[in-house]
Design a protein around this ligand. Sequence first.
Ligand code: AMP
Length: 416
Amino acid sequence: MLTCRPSPYRTVTFEDFKFNEHLLEGVLSMGFTTPTPIQEMAIPIILAGNDIIACAQTGTGKTGAYLLPVLDHISKTNKHQISTLVLAPTRELAQQIDQQVEGLAYFTGVSSIAVFGGGDGSAYEQQRRGIQNNVNIIIATPGRLIAHLTSGVLKLNHLTHLVLDEADRMLDMGFQDDIMKIISYLPKTRQTMLFSATMPGRIRSLAKAILNNPQSVNIAVSQPAVGIDQQIYRVHDQQKTPLLQMLLKNGSYASVIIFASRKEIVKSLAKELKGMHLKVSAFHSDLEQKEREEILLNFKNKQLPVIIGTDALSRGIDVEGIDLVINYDVPGDPEDYIHRIGRTARAETTGTAITFVNHRDERKLKSIEQLIDKPIRLIAVPDELAGIQQAARPEHSPNKRPQQRRWGNKSKPKKA
Ligand code: AMP
């Protein structure tokens, strides 16, 4: 495998890729002026027809890195068949990719459809009709795609390009068998592109099984964007909510995401902040798909300034201009920290990421600092909050863990 680095000597432009002129028009109309590093490295490889395995997080421009060469290929060839399948872990990500296709391909006549589960029978019917309506690109979550494949509605015999986006998250969500089943429906000769935020052994094995002599691209191992001002507050549990309230009240932030580790905390925090007359919504798995979409849309349109969610929100939410991310607690996996704070300072803007660290989370903080290879700036807790006493037994703290059976009767983990 070959590892590529962006050229240190000159700035590559989108014109250098010799894209179809209508595609170039779309790129410019999206406000993309210069390729991001992952685009600079991956686009020539894909344009040359090679398989690729790329390690890149959300926020780096990875979607454009595979969509642009694929769109270029379609706009220069046959537009009357399904040539490309993009597999994504969540419906939110599938919809966002579909929106990027819409923007980039606006002047090319290339069309796409997002296919995902949930919704009622009419959504399924709508997708079924869409699939039969001469689309070029299908962007799908694995489960729903299989339903269309096995029903015989969808035939992918002319497929030339397969993309696996956020492959690590797809494996985390248990989609490995579904992915292999989908691949059994595809032509053996095709170009396959695998994008993943992390590269654990499981991803390498998957790559071995489905990629053909791939070139490898790695943009700096999971590092947060340089524009993010990272800060920590060392607090105890009783200080967390007052500190959060103070930060929101005193700061002039227009668009804020708050992450918490469990949906019970998400719900309880949303209640407390609403009590302060803040416009805030909780985003979690108990909501209907429609409600989740509405919250994301309002947040994207800047009608909703504050959103609170679990890590389910940290992947795939593609919103410009988020200026503050608050980690109400430290995520267990250091990679999740990078995903969470990557929601701000997207595509080379700036933003702030604040993490509340209690004594139980010190070890997790250490792992994060090891991963990002630097200490995070410590900010002193404001004097007004210093006097808040730590509860002897945090019975009513929203941070309290759910009751566990004593004798090792493991209960099924709940969905985030
Ligand atoms: P992604 O990593 O694909 O989720 O992209 C993150 C954000 O960067 C999206 O909002 C894209 O629209 C934006 N973006 C992608 N490529 C570029 C580019 N070359 N210049 C500016 N913004 C970009």
